[in-house]
Design a protein around this ligand. Structure first.
Ligand code: Q46
Ligand code: ZN
Ligand code: ZN
Length: 304
């Protein structure tokens, strides 16, 4: 395959776009695609203060890198979950994030140490809830709560996450399989803020395939933690990803269509929007953040 721009040997062939690009022309192309998504879905502008959720993995570091290249005011937040998994997962991922931030000294990095702040690591908290082997629901909830808290308390107008198209399509697939209409209402490229306690959320990579962010970090030499969290192995989302990969292999563009047509249907009012879902929310009596639960939110309940 040859690069469409210069005719050199291609580094990546994107069958879904009928486009092949070389090592020189692919990274700027991806930066432009990200900018386009930010603009088209009205995620944020150059006046916004963006907080990027960074895990040390390829997607979130690529996102922080691209937002800085695009001259956005973007700081980072790292949530130290205290997960070891036999290879010091949290420690090593934190080192990658710190190393990246040190090469961008104008940016700020917020680090939340869960065990230090709440007296218990994610895994211990999950154990207490009888979820030692499947800590992901507790972990995800705590991460979302803490990222939002830091965004709100520090005046960031938007929280950006590195979820890519493969993540979003797998989530959508799971939500549709179980007809989780509430979750469908809260899924999308950008979620509006709800009052002063819930920051706007944006996913600038929602149309970018995982192999494209992988190619980006490889070609730009970004250093990230290659190993996944040890608890991600049994995740249902991996099964959904495998199914979608098979379909994508047979018909390139399947994932992109599945996701973008969903977003379009929401825009046309065919699927309930997040603002409608928001009306069902109440506010946690302890931390004041929106919740679907009565009285205390799930986060406050966990630590009480
Ligand atoms: S960090 Fe936490 Fe993930 Fe690890 S314990 Fe599960 S949710 S897999 S993205
Ligand atoms: Zn080229
Ligand atoms: Zn609460």
């Amino acid at each position: 395959m040859r690069c469409r721009t210069c005719g050199a040997l291609a580094a990546i062939n994107m069958r879904h776009h009928k486009l092949a690009l070389c090592a020189t022309h692919f990274p700027p192309w991806l930066v432009k695609q990200t900018e386009r998504a930010i603009h088209n879905y009205r995620m944020f502008s150059h006046d916004d203060h963006v907080l990027v959720a960074v895990s040390g993995g390829k997607d979130s570091l690529a996102l922080w890198d691209i937002l800085l290249r695009l001259d956005y005011q973007a700081d980072g937040i790292y949530v130290d979950l205290g997960i070891d998994g036999g290879f010091g997962y949290s420690q090593r991922s934190k080192e990658k994030v710190l190393a990246f931030q040190q090469t961008h000294p104008d940016t700020k990095l917020h680090i939340v140490d869960i065990a230090g702040t709440y007296g218990e690591s994610i895994i211990d908290a999950a154990k207490r809830r009888g979820r030692a082997k499947e800590p992901c629901s507790v972990c995800g909830m705590v991460k979302r709560h803490e990222m939002n808290r830091v965004a709100v308390e520090n005046g960031y107008s938007v929280l950006a996450t590195g979820h890519n198209l493969d993540d979003e399509a797998a989530t959508l697939f799971g939500n549709v399989l179980h007809w989780q209409t509430r979750y469908l209402a809260r899924q999308g490229p950008v979620l509006a803020a709800a009052g002063e306690m819930l920051a706007r959320k944006a996913k600038p990579f929602c149309r970018i395939y995982e192999r494209e962010t992988a190619a980006y970090v490889l070609l730009t030499g970004l250093d990230y933690i290659y190993d996944e969290c040890p608890y991600s192995k049994g995740a249902t989302s991996l099964r959904h990803k495998a199914t979608l990969n098979q379909m994508e292999h047979d018909a390139p563009g399947t994932k992109l269509q599945f996701y973008t047509k969903f977003v379009q249907a929401k825009k046309e009012g065919l699927i309930r929007s997040d603002s409608e879902a928001e009306r069902e929310m109440t506010y946690c009596v302890q931390c004041g953040r929106p919740t679907m639960a009565d009285g205390l939110c799930r986060f406050c309940r966990l630590w009480n």
